[in-house]
Design a protein around this ligand. Structure first.
Ligand code: ATP
Ligand code: MG
Length: 209
């Protein structure tokens, strides 16, 4: 009998996408033997209202450039095509419709995002619709993640797993600040993405205010 499809969903603002995202997605794919990982650039992320997020077309194209060499990676425009704020619950429901009820979904998040899951829209429904994978991330204490995982497991059962991924202390915020200050971003993200940033003169203005 064929086994059910297992899909990883890697959500993010990807402003810009970097090696921290890619190494995390690949490590989780391997650990859970996922058939593929779908990167989903956020359209209008509700938690990032404090700063101007780069045009979604740029973020989508950079995500494509970064993932193109991995046969297991795909990019979905599901969230950037949606008007208004985008919520994970709506995205997962749409994927369920597309792939069928039997497909297992693993939503991949870094440790910082894990600490916020319970505040997400319809968190209880979401935790029943898909598994969550909490990837370690430099700067976020292991203990803190374990505590949060315990809390979630007590409420919802075995729906969340922790995966240790090769530590890369890279963030999009740091990359944007580097570009604004004229400092190098080489080796932090794939070269085509670096070229794209230069070509369209992204992040030239310091937006860290
Ligand atoms: P920003 O600094 O703008 O918040 P970011 O680097 O955190 O950007 P996001 O697009 O916010 O990137 O992250 C998408 C997902 O990837 C989140 O779940 C985040 O925790 C995870 N992630 C980002 N960078 C890393 C990293 N270096 N290691 C592990 N996980 C990461
Ligand atoms: Mg972030």
């Amino acid at each position: 009998m064929e086994r059910e499809l297992r899909l990883g969903i890697m959500g993010g603002t990807f402003d810009p996408i970097h090696y921290g995202h890619l190494v995390t997605a690949e490590a989780v794919r391997d650990e859970f033997k996922l058939d593929k990982v779908i990167f989903v650039p956020a359209g209008n992320p509700p938690h990032k209202v404090k700063r101007k997020v780069t045009d979604k077309k740029h973020r989508y194209l950079m995500t494509i450039l970064a993932t193109i060499t991995n046969p297991f990676f795909e990019v979905s425009s599901i969230e950037i095509d949606r008007e208004g704020y985008t919520y994970t619950i709506d995205t997962i429901k749409e994927f369920k419709k597309m792939y069928g009820e039997k497909t297992l979904f693993y939503f991949i998040t870094g440790a910082d995002a894990v600490l916020e899951i319970l505040t997400w829209k319809n968190a209880d429904e979401l935790l029943r619709l898909c598994y969550f994978v909490a990837a370690t991330r430099p700067g976020i204490e292991g203990n803190k993640i374990d505590q949060e995982l315990d809390k979630i497991r007590k409420l919802y059962g075995d729906v969340i797993y922790k995966v240790t991924v090769p530590s890369l202390a890279i963030s999009s915020t740091d990359i944007r600040e580097r570009v604004a200050k004229g400092r190098p971003i080489k080796y932090l993200l794939p070269e085509p993405v670096e070229r794209y940033i230069q070509k369209y003169k992204l992040y030239k203005e310091d937006d860290s205010r």
